[in-house]
Write a protein that binds this ligand. Sequence first.
Ligand code: G1P
Length: 300
Amino acid sequence: MNEANPGVVKAVIPAAGLGTRFLPATKATPKEMLPVVDKPAIQYVVEEAVAAGLDDVLLVTGRNKRALEDHFDRNYELEHALSRKGDDQRLSMVRESADLATVHYVRQGDPRGLGHAVLSAAAHVGDEPFAVLLGDDLIDPRDPLLARMVEVQKALGGSVVALMEVPAAQIHLYGCAAVETTADDDVVLITGLVEKPAPGEAPSSYAVIGRYVLDPAVFDVLRRTAPGRGGEIQLTDALEELALDPSLGGPVHGVVFRGRRYDTGDRGDYLRAIVRLACEREDLGPDFRAWLRDWVRDEL
Ligand code: G1P
């Protein structure tokens, strides 16, 4: 354990994307507010940060994102109406998102990529390790990943990235890490990173899933990172530089996640995530599963 390391308390959640894959739903509503069963996607992510002990949350937003601020704020009119009706259950639901965490906002201006979004958190984060959580990946709360990453960062210093093994045909959708094993079964040393490698060029089957615990040295690297894949400033490229030169900000390790992850990044994944999560819910699951079983049998 590194006693000089203050640990991680701040989480950064990029939420400035235009959500074009979900138009027209996202014309006037941020994609982060689309419901996954009955909660906006972004709330799962904030809850995950809080569950890992990070209750200082910075949302990197942009134009058309005011609904996010409203969601994590009080709504006195609604609270008053619910309390007059004596609907305590819904009242506590409405208050919950406002009480979850201390949520801060910074606007990204021109969205120039994930690396650029993370860089806009520099002033808020300061000189301490911090977490980044991407909203398109939902991690099942029963399989805690971020807390393990924070623990690994505290023990080993540097930066820690979440990895998951994916089939060869899917690796081009992700950042991909070249790795060496360590004494820990779920920890690898990252020796290189490629953003969305072309088929046949992936150094491994380890995909970067959207959770990072980063040394603040990443900000200096991002300031000089040129636009990469898709003309965007890629976080993966900055992490590759950190991995290749540990004198900049310590080593880069990967925590290999073997739990349940739900992708909400495009319409098909989003529908699958909702069905899976609804099936697993204690309140909705039993009825929904029974209906789904019959429906698949009779209609598909
Ligand atoms: C981003 C990252 C990529 C990572 C992925 C995880 O890509 O750039 O390295 O593997 O998130 O979801 P995006 O899916 O935003 O294009």
